[in-house]
Design a binder for this molecule. Structure first.
Ligand code: 4AD
Ligand code: MG
Length: 463
């Protein structure tokens, strides 16, 4: 018989139907002539209650094997559940235990474990309620992202993971090499001789697919990337990973305003999609992780994002009664405490901050007419801070060349990027959404390490 998903049985299962399920034992309760066991197959937060009667063949052996964590297949008949908490349960006719789990050593016994502890067993933690819900919501977010862009005819393009350019110019690159590190070839002047390396020059893991997305946008108008990016940022915070996923739309014939409009529409769409498609998981987070989560989600869907320039934001921060760790003045890069004050305490909703000083932003952002600021935008969210960073790109060759020189970037390496400004240049804009920060925002999870299955952070690449 075909296996049924527990999520489907809980929704549509009717008494007297026969059903086979496969999953892992969460709990077992033995009574006098029968036993209950809750089985979870990952399809939903709730498991299915299985009833085992003492007249089941091999009852005693099976009961012993049905410890928390064991993998089982159960075939039986659905019956209305007399107990509270569930409508339907499965009366077992046959049980197959695939893999047992020793109760003495299986680390996930029925109690609440700290997230710190669960990170040390990342190979098992997805079997818990919270991480299970996180990864279902993560999947729904990914699906919503593709659906949003595909409905709007954006082409999903695949930017390279290995690249020779530092898009953000922040020097947070992981080098990709196959040189023998015990005997590195050197040039006459004592530098590493990359001509002998695999690519014949220095190569890195990408920090952003943007530059390549720009190439593709200038052929297809609207494109997006969705893939892993890497940053050797030595910051051990609850919002930074060394390997994270980024979504980067890029639009030709688009300016900063169009970019902001897309970012706002995009976030609202994803929230609505997840509320519609993962109601149980979202209610779980609202109950156990952040009691204001659903209200916040509704607020995001229904409110207009605040839009202020950097200059206006600085003025608001200077007026704030609050004492910040990093003092505020025009020209500083906004710190997380500033972003969070604006989003959480002042606006009570996401905000888009635009037109930052050129000195604190990347070389590719379009210079504003005042020549002091650039057409940048950051979307900041309550509880998270920066969730999206984007800009209108500099499409004018002469100005871009000047900005590259100012940033001390070697223009020769970017000849192809400059060519886009020589041949059919056009105003264009895009942004990058940090996918894990989105999942944090969506679920209320406070640590970014708990929204990606296998987090990579300084000194940690286990599993
Ligand atoms: O603001 P960032 O650095 O922007 C870019 O990389 C642009 N090239 C994007 C573009 O315009 N196409 O990064 C974009 C987003 C941030 O807003 C943040 O959400 C996330 O990526 N991010 C990180 N997420 C987790 N860990 C890190 N170390 C992150 N660094 C950035
Ligand atoms: Mg940024």
């Amino acid at each position: 018989m075909a296996t049924r998903r527990i999520a489907e049985i809980l929704k549509h299962g009717q008494p007297d139907e026969t059903a086979t399920i496969k999953g892992w034992v969460r709990t077992k309760r033995e009574l006098k002539n029968f036993a209950f066991s809750e089985i979870n197959d990952g399809s939903s937060l709730a498991g299915l209650q299985v009833v085992l009667d003492a007249d089941l063949p091999n009852y005693d052996t099976i009961l012993k094997q049905l410890a928390t964590g064991a993998a089982v297949e159960v075939t039986g008949t659905l019956v209305e559940s007399p107990g509270k908490g569930q409508k339907i349960e499965l009366k077992a006719n046959s049980v197959t235990v695939y893999g047992e789990a020793d109760p003495e050593t299986y680390p996930l016994q029925k109690k609440r474990h700290s997230f710190e502890f669960l990170r040390t067993i990342s190979h098992l933690r997805s079997r818990t309620n919270t991480l299970g819900a996180v990864f279902r919501v993560r999947n729904a977010c990914a699906n919503a992202i593709h659906q949003f862009f595909q409905e709007r005819h954006f082409l999903w393009i695949h930017s390279p993971i290995i690249t020779a350019s530092d898009c953000e110019g922040a020097g947070e690159l992981f080098t990709v090499t196959n040189l023998n590190l015990k005997d590195v070839p050197k040039t006459e002047s004592g530098e590493v001789d990359y001509t002998q390396d695999f690519f014949g020059k220095p190569a890195y893991l990408t920090v952003s697919g943007q530059l390549q997305a720009e190439v593709m946008a200038l052929a297809f108008q609207n494109v997006y990337t969705f893939g892993p990016t890497f940053r050797a940022e030595n910051s051990n915070t609850s919002r930074h990973l060394a390997e994270f996923w980024m979504v980067e739309p890029e639009m030709a014939f688009c300016d900063l305003e169009g970019d902001q409009n897309l970012a706002e529409e995009f976030l609202k769409y994803i929230f609505k999609y997840v509320l519609d498609n993962c109601p149980e998981d979202m209610e779980f987070f609202n109950k156990w992780v952040d009691k204001t989560l659903l209200a916040k989600a509704e607020n995001i869907i229904n409110s207009e994002f605040e839009r202020v320039t950097y200059t206006e934001a600085v003025a608001l921060l200077e007026k704030a009664k609050k004492k910040f760790e990093f003092p505020v003045s025009w020209g500083i890069d906004l710190q997380s405490e500033h972003e969070r004050y604006l989003a959480e305490e002042l606006f009570h909703k996401p905000a888009i901050i635009t037109n930052y000083p050129k000195e604190i932003k990347a070389f590719y952002m379009r210079l504003d007419d005042d020549e002091k600021t650039v057409a940048a935008m950051d979307v900041i969210a309550p509880g998270i801070g920066e969730i999206i960073g984007g800009s209108q790109r500099e499409e004018r060759l002469d100005i871009l060349e000047k900005r590259i020189a100012e940033a001390n970037i070697i223009a020769d390496d970017l000849w192809w990027y400059l060519d886009l400004r020589r041949y059919g240049s056009v105003p264009h804009a895009g942004f990058g959404l940090g996918f894990e920060r989105l999942v944090q925002f969506m679920t209320g999870m406070t640590n970014i390490r708990d929204v990606i299955p296998f987090p990579r952070t300084p000194l940690n690449a286990d599993f």
